[in-house]
Design a protein around this ligand. Structure first.
Ligand code: ATP
Ligand code: MG
Length: 413
């Protein structure tokens, strides 16, 4: 049986608001073992709503609808469902009384327009809404069970938790769990990662393993379907182990963890202090470190040294070095890291230089980045070239700098 979620609202299709209801519902459904096959978003238009419902009722056995239950002219879900089922809208006294009581509690008189919220397709079952005026609708069309809920996220959440989820479980639609584990990597491309895991990412593998990439962070998602939470965990554990063994120190974290969290965890473990000297990233490395709770214990501070004079005076970068090699060079990045470590008196210092664009320099292209790390016994640098938009270059340069720190501490302490 397939499941579909339909979100209704022109504010969603126009791009004005993001459809968060579908995401929320998919996650809740996964928790009870129901995988969602389709997300559909449709504008406030009667014909289009009927068409979307028709397609959904033919391809899915369970359809969850949000939005379009309000009292205004653009709220069309009731009517569209009636058309789909080929029935009339009928008045439901009990729902009407509830709506009136809701207004009475708020000390307001009910506008006549709210009367339409007590209309339901004949044969449908009203779902009471204890936190708003719009009741939900439960309707069977052919072999498809539809539930319509309010669009307002807080009302929808409550109606789902209180009324719909128990119903799904009692219908025997749920019962299992879908559990997801996300493993995050940095330092190579997604195809290189996939090459190491081809046996796991192939179609039909149990549990399912997928790869996504976002801002150069490659993530593996292990998706387990099982009868219980424990069984799902047991499916995931050996696959996670294999992934970690094969990818080694490309893996930096799980779920929503970012590189800076891994860096601070390692600094704390090894009791090492860090400072930053930033060119191209304009403080982004420091900013990301500062996002982590307790960062100040090991992250001492940093300097944004855009201007070359600052590199000379504040970081003791030799003037001839910049004249000979240009500011965007491995040598200058290294000199900045060394100077920063000395001036900030830290165990480690990391630096960034590069060309964020949109214009390149005569001999250097947009996206060319050098990051360097200095420690007690030495200094090293890495370079990359990402021909991307300014903000993307900066974000990746910051990640590269953080990753340089991470790998060094991991390998050498
Ligand atoms: P209801 O069925 O509760 O009356 P509605 O669609 O008639 O909902 P709207 O006025 O269109 O009511 O939407 C109410 C609020 O809920 C708006 O702020 C809208 O952006 C938000 N909303 C509706 N659908 C979604 C969704 N899928 N994701 C996130 N927000 C949504
Ligand atoms: Mg709406």
């Amino acid at each position: 049986m397939k499941t579909e979620i339909i979100s209704i609202g022109s504010e969603l299709t126009s791009g004005q608001n993001l459809d968060t209801n579908s995401q929320w519902l998919s996650r809740r459904l996964a928790e009870i073992g129901i995988a969602v096959a389709f997300h559909t978003t449709v504008a406030d238009d009667l014909e289009d709503n009927v068409a979307a419902f028709r397609v959904a009722s033919q391809r899915a056995g369970l359809v969850l609808v949000t939005g379009g239950l309000g009292p205004t002219q653009d709220d069309l879900t009731r009517e569209a469902l009636a058309r789909l089922a080929g029935v009339e809208l009928v008045f439901h006294q009990e729902s009407f009384d509830r709506i009136q009581a809701m207004f009475a509690r708020l000390g307001r008189t009910m506008p006549e327009t709210n009367r339409v919220q007590a209309l339901f397709p004949a044969g449908a079952e009203p779902i009471p809404n204890s936190h708003g005026t719009a009741p939900g609708i439960s309707l069977q069309v052919g072999s498809c069970q539809l539930f319509a809920m309010p669009g307002v996220p807080s009302e929808m959440h409550r109606m789902f938790e209180k009324r719909i989820r128990p119903r799904l479980l009692s219908l025997g639609l749920g019962g299992g769990v879908l559990l997801q584990r996300k493993i995050n990597c940095f330092g190579t491309g997604e195809s290189v990662v996939e090459e190491k895991l081809l046996d796991l990412t192939r179609r039909g593998h149990v549990p399912e393993v997928g790869i996504t990439v976002s801002d150069a962070t490659v993530s593996l998602r292990i998706l387990a379907r099982a009868a219980t939470h424990e069984e799902a965990l047991a499916q995931i554990a050996p696959v996670e182990q294999t992934i970690r063994e094969r990818l080694g120190d490309l893996v930096f974290g799980v779920e929503d963890e970012e590189l800076q969290e891994s860096v601070l965890r390692l600094l704390t473990e090894k009791r090492l202090t860090l400072a930053t000297a930033e060119g191209v990233t304009g403080g982004l490395v420091a900013r990301r470190l500062a996002l982590v709770k307790g960062a100040s214990a090991w992250f001492r501070g940093g300097l944004v040294a855009y201007d070359n004079e600052l590199k000379f005076t504040m970081l003791s970068v030799p003037r001839p070095l910049v004249e000979a090699q240009g500011a965007v060079s491995a040598a200058v990045a290294e000199a900045m890291a060394v100077g920063c470590r000395t001036h900030f008196q830290t165990n480690l210092a990391v630096s960034t230089v590069g060309i964020a664009g949109p214009e390149g320099q005569s001999d250097k292209p947009v996206g060319l980045v050098y990051t360097a790390l200095a420690w007690k016994d030495g200094v090293k640098s890495v370079s990359s070239n990402w021909p991307l938009a300014r903000e993307e270059v900066q974000s990746r340069a910051a990640k590269q700098a953080l990753n340089l720190v991470r790998l060094h501490v991991l390998r050498h302490g």
